[in-house]
Structure formats: C-alpha cells, structure tokens
Design a protein. Structure first.
Ligand SMILES: [Zn+2]
Ligand SMILES: [Zn+2]
Length: 89
C-alpha cells in the first residue's frame, strides 16, 4: 500500500503533531492525546485517564488504596451464596 508523503518515513513519528517517540507503545499512548481515548477508568468514581500511571496516582491520592477488583469478585460470590440460601422454603 502507498505511504502518504515523506512524513511517514519515521514509523515512530506522530502523523498528527509530528513529534517522534522512542517506541511504538509510546507513540500509541501519545496518539491517545489526539483521539481523546481514555482507556483507564477508576472503578470507584468513574474518572478516566489516558495513562495507567495517572489512574494509579489518582486512586492512591483520592481513594487511598489499590484496585478493588478482588473485593468485587468476593462480593459476587457472596451474592450467589445468599441467593441459593433463599431458594428453600
Ligand atoms: Zn501527536
Ligand atoms: Zn476515583
């Protein structure tokens, strides 16, 4: 497939603002600042971030702890158990 212009010579260069990143993962992450994509979401208050480090920092400062995925799994298990308990007459 044809490449659009000489700017595409560097695969690590952002084709939106022209900045050159040190790796493809950095370029991917950088490009999210242009698309507005924020894949990292706080499970407590729902705020979204473009970088996992920012979300981690938000969680530590705002909610004072680490991720709550384990407690969520435990809660669903307890819910199933209580549902089974209420089935009997
Ligand atoms: Zn850019
Ligand atoms: Zn939060």
């Amino acid at each position: 497939m044809p490449l659009p212009g000489p700017a595409a010579a560097n695969p690590l260069q952002c084709n939106t603002c022209g900045v050159v990143l040190s790796s493809t993962s950095n370029l991917k992450r950088h490009f999210m600042t242009h698309t507005g994509e924020r894949p990292f979401r706080c499970q407590v208050c729902g705020v979204t971030y473009t970088q996992s480090n920012n979300l981690k920092r938000h969680y530590m400062f705002t909610h004072g702890g680490h991720g709550g995925q384990q407690s969520t799994a435990a809660a669903s298990t307890a819910c199933q158990a209580s549902n089974l308990g209420t089935l009997g007459p």
